[in-house]
Design a protein around this ligand. Structure first.
Ligand code: PGA
Length: 256
């Protein structure tokens, strides 16, 4: 059975006291919430809050803390960078790699992302690897080839056991933070395409075990429809993860 996952990407939001308030609100709601026990929930704050969020999340079943990025080097003279090992030492278990904001604003390349994936797996942490096409590429009907290249360039050097440890997130760039959500048909179509790619490369067992999340204006209102798609295993949530009640509603949006 594939893991159902809801991850909240807080991006560069919240001051320290606000982040503590948010994690406390979320944990109060999840504490005795048996129906979300089997869902993997990941809170992904900015680096400075990671330790605090990890501590406050402690003791709640399947609640983890992640980071939004990491360095592609293991450590050393890289001023301003944060290593995967440091994230692990603070209690982080998951790291987002290749978010479209990192790809576009910080010009991260396939080669760098590949190195980051290796570093994250090397620390026995879980990469949440993001893929997705721009509006322009979708209009040009190149969305499948863009996503295929993003996956093959940065992930297909892995062996099946390693690939099985990756979580994928399909985030069409035109849907991120825009209020424009992919329809459930568009999401399902791309998720199935990704799963078929994995099947061709690694076989059915790996393809059926990898969780593929949808991200891009997923919120408390549309999550249920998206999560009902057979190949959508959860969501990577931006804006709506900053409101505890909405985030928990999203966690409750899987079909029973
Ligand atoms: P959004 O962001 O939910 O605010 O669109 C999703 C993401 O970028 O991970």
């Amino acid at each position: 059975m594939r893991k159902k996952i809801v991850a909240g990407n807080w991006k560069m939001n919240k001051l320290y006291s606000e982040a503590v308030e948010l994690v406390d609100e979320i944990t109060i709601m999840l504490k005795d919430d048996i129906k979300s026990d089997d869902i993997v929930k990941i809170l992904i704050p900015s680096f400075p809050y990671l330790r605090k969020v990890a501590r406050h999340s402690h003791g709640i079943k399947n609640l983890f803390t992640g980071a939004q990025n990491c360095a592609y080097e293991e450590g050393g003279a890289f001023t301003g960078e944060v290593s995967a090992a440091m994230i692990k030492s603070l209690g982080g278990t998951h790291i987002i790699i290749g978010h479209s904001e990192r790809r576009s604003y910080f010009h991260e390349t396939h080669e760098e992302l590949k190195k980051k994936v290796n570093i994250v797996l090397g620390q026995s942490l879980t990469p949440i690897f993001c893929v997705g096409e721009s509006q322009e590429k979708r209009h040009a009907k190149e969305h499948f080839s863009v996503v295929e290249k993003q996956i093959s360039d940065s992930l297909f050097h892995l062996n099946a056991a390693e690939f099985g440890k990756v979580v994928l997130a399909y985030e069409p760039v035109w849907a991120i933070g825009t209020g424009l959500t992919a329809t459930s048909q568009q999401a399902q179509e791309m998720h199935l395409f990704i799963r078929t790619l994995i099947d061709k490369k690694y076989g059915k067992e790996t393809a059926n075990s990898v969780s593929i999340l949808y991200g891009g204006s997923c919120n408390a209102k549309n999550a249920a429809e998206l999560f009902a798609c057979p190949d959508v295993d959860g969501g990577l949530i931006g804006g709506a993860s900053l409101v505890a009640k909405d985030f928990v509603t999203i966690i409750h949006s899987f079909p029973s």
